[in-house]
Design a protein around this ligand. Sequence first.
Ligand code: CP
Length: 309
Amino acid sequence: MSQLKTKHLLGIKDITEEEIQLIFQTADHFKDVLNRPIKKVPSLRDVTIANVFFENSTRTRLSFELAEKRLSADVINFSSSSSSVKKGETLLDTVNNILSMKVDMIVMRHASPGAPHFLAKHIKATIINAGDGTHEHPTQALLDSFSIREKFGDVAGRKIVIIGDIMHSRVALSNIFALQKLGAKVMVCGPATLLPKYVKELGVKVELDVKKALEWCDVANVLRIQLERQQMSYFPSLREYAQYFGINKKLLDSLDKPITIMHPGPINRGIEITSDVADSEHAIILQQVENGVAIRMAVLYLLANQAPV
Ligand code: CP
């Protein structure tokens, strides 16, 4: 396989293991490029990409922008907080106006689940989902699995536990899809109130005891509590959450093996993870961020170089 079958990257649910492996192989190449003194290639010269962000972002927005610039694309950035969305313009009108400026690809983050899928039905340009509400965050899952592959040589057979606010996490859902397609065993762990009822139907193990979850896994992917998406109180207090579900050094030292710690960011130090864990030799959090640029270069390159459909 040398090309993606999909025109857009809307979610991991829609792509095959073969397509994920192609993205990884392409990212391997771009990671080599990023380690050279000259980190830029002309692959996307004359391609114009708009990064359209309706929600806050540090890692994803900067990583996409850097990936686009490393590929020599022309880049424009849109942030809804400083745009005419504030004057009542619709999503479709906003994107159609951007596209009329001869833009080829849209990278979009939006608070509404399904917003990129809606756009894909109404516009001709390629769309990459940079996170849609509580639904999917496909490039985060790709960079997470790529980082596990880099650490262990392969994802297949590895035991990964995703810990925390599974209910409101697009990272969790995309990771579950990606890891299962790549042959990993997946567990979710968190307060029962933050585990969606349908989660068992996704074929994952469910564990409410964080110590047992850590004893089982090779890798723990620790998630942030997404207070901004919570409509009600799902646990008594952040202090109590940290006490029962926070990952700290004492807990990790009580295990009979070291485990690899991941976090998609942003970290709330002292709540879901303590600094002595986040900054430890077992954490690959900054390697995840580094790999994000190569993964996004691979996705952009492969989507821009498809055979016409
Ligand atoms: N991991 C992630 O999506 O981070 P940002 O919200 O900063 O983009």
